[in-house]
Design a protein around this ligand. Structure first.
Ligand code: HDD
Length: 717
């Protein structure tokens, strides 16, 4: 075999050495374990070990000795390697990066990290699913967590957000009930990583405040294509406080630079088997390749005096402020540019807490937020085994820490001096912060009222905004929502629960209820003509969030076989890679294929190890001697059909266009006009042999940039 050339992927470039000004990185380096290559194996006590494969025994076949301290230490440590997983959001993936504001936000907040565009604040972000355990699959239908720890010069600020802007309940006292209903059922611990079961829907059908978030959960937002392609929302109304002590209500929004994109349900389910780490791998690979995920931080600001200007309560976490009513104002950007060194030490041990705030940011009386402010600290105590978890490298602030807190499990600091306040023996240190404005001061809110256990009347409308979400969807989004409800409720055994849920949906939208009922064998609720919620917010539709058609980091599969026109592939690959796409050459077996020019070309993956669900688009090249050999391969046909069914762009060149005929049973009407570029609902073909024309490449890039093509004949997914 001669020289093997590349058809597909270029080698990754690791650019994790950026940002020399990264204080957090320098701090992490102080905690690096000793270099394993720096000397021989030792015990925990530093005693060198010459043999770790056989325990110490009496004779070759005799009993093991208690005195084998190396054996006992090794097994004891192993026996204690696990800590409790998070009670929710157990499965997650993290990355480091930085945040920088676009301009000073001093008018609204005195938070130091929001003042100076030239100051970068290090961050750690953990993305997560909610329901499943640590080992569950990534692409389940679920909320995604989007928690950010800002290591600011004034201490750590945690924005513990989700990819939905609303939550399922209004008061945190209901959280254990909601999570018990959502989690696997207690008798058999089924289902894992899924909400399609009786107890969740029983709860939903009895608790209408869940409905707005349930609409989001049934939408494609609950199956994001990538953590890099989803929004994040602080959910609650928080408070900015400026240097004069003036408060402004604020809602936080993260918007991904790559646009917001989702999977389709059929694809998401297949991904769970093909690559359970689909989202985790995507995040890791993108950062390793120097394609750093980027998000814009936006805020919706409401002056204190407008607190009651809305027809919902700002303290109600089941409501959004429509963007059309209060626009989102971009204030900065976050870039994730470094993968963690060690999953357990960093991603697993990171401890977020809504109570971690800095001067210039404050809470409101949202009862869900107030409950969270208790729960996050409490949970870390059990999860991380004591009160010293803030000393762990990932949790450690870059701001100096001087407290009188002492001792406890896993204390790793050598405190000296006095440990109480006031003191004279320690020179009065640490002293109170001065009045120069750097200390945290709570917003001076006036509150007055009787002690009661009652939900405010202003929290009672559970339907208008659920309906607004429905009203704002494109037809294809509505179709997916109906299919999701049918799937979920179709898995519910209790018919009463199915019916009761549909009755509730009828109060959101009678048409929605009718379409769901028709699929799950329960009667359509009687239509109440007085129910007609009119609210619409176009900003909620994924149609408005496509992100400008960029194809950066899109994964494009090129199916190749012996006889392939390699020049055609390499020029297509170069053109697509120039736009930032990642192109992989896939053949029936790993190794090489023989190009039509007689050269051998390396392939990136073998067909049995991949599937179309792992790619965003597929390209079918041709060969001058006719259609390349893979045409008759049923696996190839399945690959192409499945990509098409999931709305993905399909490009075909030269004799590769023959393969597109595989799509005819899926409803594609092939255009008979050959020898020029035809772009039809994301299927771009050009039967002209040889180098792809600019027109073809432009049309294919545009098709990939649209992500999915919903105008194809509907295929049940
Ligand atoms: Fe929570 C984890 C987000 C309501 C109690 N939550 C957790 C994580 C995220 C959120 C992203 C994972 C953090 C990580 O990656 O370590 N949670 C939210 C959002 C909520 C919300 C956006 C509503 C607006 N959570 C909520 C309530 C409670 C909790 C109402 C309790 C009253 N959440 C927890 C927790 C967790 C948690 C039990 C589990 C692990 C952890 O905190 O560190 O305390």
């Amino acid at each position: 075999m001669g020289v093997v050339r590349k058809l597909g992927r270029q080698s990754d470039k690791q650019r994790n050495d950026q940002d020399t000004d990264d204080r957090k990185q320098r701090q992490r380096e102080e905690f690096q374990a000793d270099d394993p290559a720096g000397g021989p194996l030792t015990t925990d006590q530093g005693v060198e070990v010459d043999h770790t494969d056989d325990s110490l025994t009496v004779g070759e076949r005799g009993p093991t000795l208690m005195e084998d301290f190396h054996f006992r230490e090794k097994l004891t440590h192993f026996d204690h390697e696990r800590i409790p997983e998070r009670v929710v959001h157990a499965r997650g993936s993290g990355a480091y990066g930085y945040f920088e504001p676009y301009e000073s936000c001093a008018e609204f907040t005195r938070a130091a990290f929001l003042q100076d565009p030239s100051v970068r604040t290090p961050v750690f972000v953990r993305f997560s699913t909610v329901q499943g355990p640590r080992g569950s699959a990534d692409t389940v239908r679920d909320v995604r967590g989007f928690a950010t720890k800002f290591y600011t010069s004034e201490g750590n600020y945690d924005l513990v957000a989700n990819n939905f802007p609303v939550f399922f309940i209004q008061d945190g006292i209901k959280f254990p009930d909601f999570v018990h209903a959502l989690k696997p059922e207690p008798h058999n611990e089924i289902p894992t990583g899924a909400s399609a079961h009786d107890t969740l829907w029983d709860f939903v059908s009895l608790q209408p405040e869940t409905l707005h978030a349930i609409m989001w959960l049934m939408s494609d937002r609950a199956i994001p294509r990538s953590f890099r392609m989803m929004q994040g929302f602080g959910v609650h109304t928080f408070r900015f406080v400026n240097a004069d002590g003036k408060g402004t209500f604020v809602k936080f929004h993260w918007k991904p630079k790559l646009g917001v994109h989702s999977l389709v349900w059929d694809e998401a389910q297949e991904c769970q088997g093909r690559d359970p780490d689909f989202n985790r791998r995507d995040l890791w690979d993108a950062i390793a390749a120097g394609e750093y995920p980027e998000y814009e931080l936006g805020v919706q600001l409401v002056p204190e005096e407008d607190e009651f200007a809305f027809d919902f309560d700002l303290l109600d976490a089941t409501k959004i402020i429509p963007e059309e009513q209060v626009p989102v104002r971009p204030i900065g950007r976050m870039v994730l540019d470094r993968n963690p060194e060690n999953f357990f030490a960093e991603t697993e041990q990171v401890a977020f807490h809504t109570g971690n705030i800095v001067p210039g940011i404050d809470f409101t009386n949202d009862p869900l937020l107030q409950a969270r402010n208790f729960s996050y600290l409490d949970t870390q105590l059990i999860r991380l085994g004591g009160p010293n978890f803030a000393q762990l490298p990932v949790n450690r602030p870059v701001a100096p820490v001087r407290t009188n807190q002492r001792d406890g499990y896993h204390q790793s600091a050598l405190h000296s001096g006095t440990n109480y306040f006031p003191n004279s023996l320690g020179g009065g240190c640490p002293a109170h912060a001065g009045v120069d404005g750097s200390a945290y001061t709570h917003y001076a809110e006036r509150v007055d009222g009787a002690t009661i256990r009652r939900r405010s009347a202003s929290f009672q409308d559970h339907y208008s905004q659920a309906a607004m979400f429905w009203n704002s969807m494109a037809d294809w989004e509505k179709r997916h929502i109906v299919e999701a409800f049918r799937f979920e409720l179709g898995k519910v055994n209790a018919r009463t629960v199915r019916s009761r849920t549909v009755e509730e949906l009828a109060k959101v939208d009678p048409e929605l209820a009718a379409r769901v009922a028709a699929g799950i064998g329960v009667p359509e609720p009687a239509r109440n003509e007085s129910i007609a919620h009119k609210l619409v917010s176009p900003a909620l539709s994924l149609e408005s969030l496509r992100g400008g058609g960029s194809i950066r980091t899109r994964q494009i599969a090129v199916l190749v076989a012996d006889g392939v026109d390699a020049q055609q592939v390499t020029s297509a690959r170069d053109a697509l890679a120039a736009e930032g796409a990642i192109v992989e050459a896939i053949a029936a077996t790993d190794g090489t294929v023989l190009g039509s020019d007689g050269e051998r070309y390396a392939v990136d993956r073998a067909l049995p190890t991949v599937a179309s669900v792992l790619y965003d688009a597929v390209l079918l090249p041709g060969g001058p001697t006719g259609t390349p050999a893979h045409v008759g391969d049923p696996d190839v046909l399945r690959f192409v059909r499945s990509a098409y069914r999931h709305g993905k762009p399909v490009g075909a060149l030269g004799s590769g266009v023959g393969l597109v005929s595989a799509l005819e049973p899926e409803g594609l009407l092939l255009c008979a006009e050959f020898h020029h570029v035809v772009a039809d609902r994301g299927v771009v073909t050009d039967t002209a042999p040889g180098t792809p024309s600019e027109e073809f490449l432009r049309a294919f890039v545009e098709a990939v940039g649209q992500h999915r093509h919903w105008d194809r004949p509907p295929v049940r997914c």
